[in-house]
Design a protein around this ligand. Sequence first.
Ligand code: GLV
Ligand code: MN
Ligand code: MN
Length: 427
Amino acid sequence: MSEMIAETAGHQNSSLGDQIVERINRLAKISETPEHLARVFLTPEHRAAAELILTWMRDAGLQAHIDAIGNVCGRYEGERPGLPCLMLGSHYDTVRDAGKWDGPLGLITAISCVADLHTRGRRLPFAIEVTGFADEEGVRFASTLLGSRAVAGTFNAHVLNSKDSAGISIRDALSEFGLDPDHIGAAARAPGELLAYVELHIEQGPVLEAENLPVGVVTAIAGATRLAVNLTGMAGHAGTVPMLLRRDALAGAAECITMIEELCRADEGGLVGTVGYIHAMPGATNVIPGQASFTIDLRAPTDVHRKRAVTDIVRHIEAVAKRRNLVLQVDVTHENRTVPCAPWLKAQVADAVAAEGYPVFELPSGAGHDAMAMIDIADIAMLFVRCRGGISHHPDEHVDMADVDAGARVLLRLIENFRPGAPFPDM
Ligand code: GLV
Ligand code: MN
Ligand code: MN
């Protein structure tokens, strides 16, 4: 049945998959440390990756440059120059100790699809643009989706002052990278220039594997809220201050963290909450921590649900801080609403999946993607590719070659059959 069809189709032609996997492996070597893949926004390795992606784009027949926020942007003209574009892309930054597929799979597959068109001399009634977004993960600075927000024209200049853990601001990091922070506006595209944005990405979850399917059609991307919490108590001597007289900020943070986990576990509506970073000061074995800061990432299937959870959790944190006599500061560092994939575009993704011989299976995305920001400038759709064990944000992240190839062929077919959602005057 479906599995058989998928297997057969997956082995028809593996040339696209071969090239993509070879490039995924090459890109994965560009990392902060050789042992663990880490390529965070505006670092030297981020720059080296951008240069490599530029060469791949140019080899594929795209005119390419690095824009004002560090996105790598390529354009393949249509039947005549200057036509509006179908934009494809994903990100080339990673989390720390990352897998090599999250982001690069979508970006490199898009480049390989254009290379295939270019080799055949095929021009379409629209241009194709491929964007390698510079910062989707938001690892280095508290904000995320900085690359796609710049393209969508929604970049908030206030975030230029955000600092990394070493105290370097985005503004200074951009200058160090060779970019002018005052020209980020130049990365923004006008809505009429884009016909749609389509992103291929690994699923990062276990659903396609359980369904025995190589690809899936995304319905919507779940919204997310990220908070930065800072608790200030009083540092002191670990041997002399009695327990009841302490204002231990780290113990307060620990109480908050377990409370967040309990609230999310008790929720029956799919709420997920993560504290992925914590820092205590002054950070010595024999000193009571006077300050503790941590982050919270909250996601839920609906925005109403997520917002209710944010309010609830902040109220609980306030209660912990009050009881422990800690000064509290909570900042929302990122907030994205749930975004739907456009029905007309999703239907074209589904048609391409079916035309390649795979059953059409729809699923939502719990992970965030650049498409969440791109929706402010264009209709979006996403194609998911199965990954092993649903593992992501982990070095064991893996995609089989046959699935890489299946995703590439679906994307190529989608591109070649693409029609804009609304009639375009010049097409
Ligand atoms: C990005 O990977 C996110 O969902 O946080
Ligand atoms: Mn990621
Ligand atoms: Mn990603």
